[in-house]
Design a protein around this ligand. Structure first.
Ligand SMILES: NC(=O)c1ccc[n+]([C@@H]2O[C@H](COP(=O)([O-])OP(=O)(O)OC[C@H]3O[C@@H](n4cnc5c(N)ncnc54)[C@H](OP(=O)(O)O)[C@@H]3O)[C@@H](O)[C@H]2O)c1
Length: 302
């Protein structure tokens, strides 16, 4: 199989690892050159995202996976170009957009400042029949619980752990459940999805573990007793959203509101159903299993 990956960042690196280990061919498409792709012998192209520019690059591909930053102002336009390019080729008839979120199927208004763009991508895809597609519901990619040196995902200000002052942001009483998936396990599931002949559904549910924030806090504290709780109320998060003047504070507040809500929890019956249809044999690690993997393999990207 030959797969085009568009927007080469942290998530793309996991996908590339997993595609290469499955002996698949890759075409990497991005705006800027990535020298590390040369070391892996991966074909790469730098583009402006017009359908005319992309179409020749995906000739002979079976699928396109987009992983451009979801904060990109051109997110919808890039997806329009990619879909148009797929339609123009005879073989590239599967498309995974850059929607790596929680339960968007049921919670259509989150992430606040972003949901409308996901909805526009969804509307664009559902309004056509020639390219098969699915939106990925992965919950939180949970790799932030392991050291930065063992993951491609960079430290994020909006994640609940502050690794500098060792605080854990607890939303309300911490009883909301979130779906947690290791990025590599999500990538491995995506490769499996591409390999299957089974028909895709509009939403694909992937989750390594369903856990409450309080449950996650207990694990973090167990592995590093220096961590302290930093409770954050829903009102504080809403106030931050309303008052925020810089982009990063807004992003943090948007994720806080999600953290307080049900939007990051994938329904277990849909997770189980998709494991059965698509993902038999993949080991989706729990939070503890991921941490143990990192401890057992120091110096390795997990
Ligand atoms: N559910 C979760 O917990 C979770 C966690 C992490 C990420 N994600 C999602 O996964 C996807 C990929 O995440 P990521 O962390 O790999 O993303 P990223 O590293 O922030 O961005 C990926 C690539 O997008 C390209 N890009 C950035 N701004 C762009 C723009 N304005 N127009 C076109 N391309 C642009 C950049 O490549 P070039 O500059 O070379 O073009 C960048 O390397 C996103 O949808 C993100 O929201 C979800």
């Amino acid at each position: 199989m030959k797969v085009a990956i568009v927007g080469i960042g942290a998530v793309a690196r996991y996908l590339i690892d997993e595609l290469l280990s499955g002996k698949h061919d890759i075409v990497a498409i991005s705006r800027s050159r990535k020298p590390w792709l040369d070391d892996l012998n991966v074909e790469q192209h730098q583009v402006h995202y017009t359908a005319d520019m992309i179409a020749p690059l995906i000739q002979g591909c079976d699928a396109v996976i987009c992983t451009i930053s979801s904060s990109s102002p051109e997110l919808v336009g890039v997806h329009e170009s990619l879909l148009k390019a797929c339609k123009s080729t005879p073989t590239c008839k599967r498309f995974i957009p850059s929607v790596w979120v929680g339960n968007f199927e049921d919670i259509r208004d989150q992430p606040y400042y972003g949901a409308d763009r996901i909805q526009r991508i969804y509307d664009m895809l559902v309004g056509q029949m020639s390219v098969e597609w699915t939106l990925l519901s992965v919950g939180w990619l949970i790799d932030y619980v392991i050291p930065a040196s063992q993951r491609y995902l960079p430290n994020e200000k909006f994640w609940v752990q502050n690794v500098n002052d060792k605080t854990f942001k607890l939303y309300g009483n911490g009883t909301q459940t979130i779906s947690c998936t290791a990025a590599r396990d999500a990538a491995s599931a995506v490769v499996r999805l591409l390999e299957t002949d089974a028909e895709w559904e509009p939403f694909t549910y992937i989750s390594g573990e369903q856990i409450t924030w309080l449950g996650l806090w207990r694990i973090i504290k167990e592995y590093d007793p220096e961590y302290r709780l930093a409770p954050k109320s829903l009102t504080e998060s809403i106030k931050q959203l309303v008052d925020s003047t810089d982009g990063m504070a807004t992003v943090e507040a948007v994720f806080d509101v999600m953290g307080h809500s049900e939007a990051l929890c994938n329904p277990q019956e849909r997770v189980d159903k998709h494991r059965h249809i698509y993902f038999e044999g993949i080991q989706f690690r729990s939070v503890k299993e991921l941490i143990e993997d990192a401890k057992a393999n120091p110096g390795r990207i997990i």
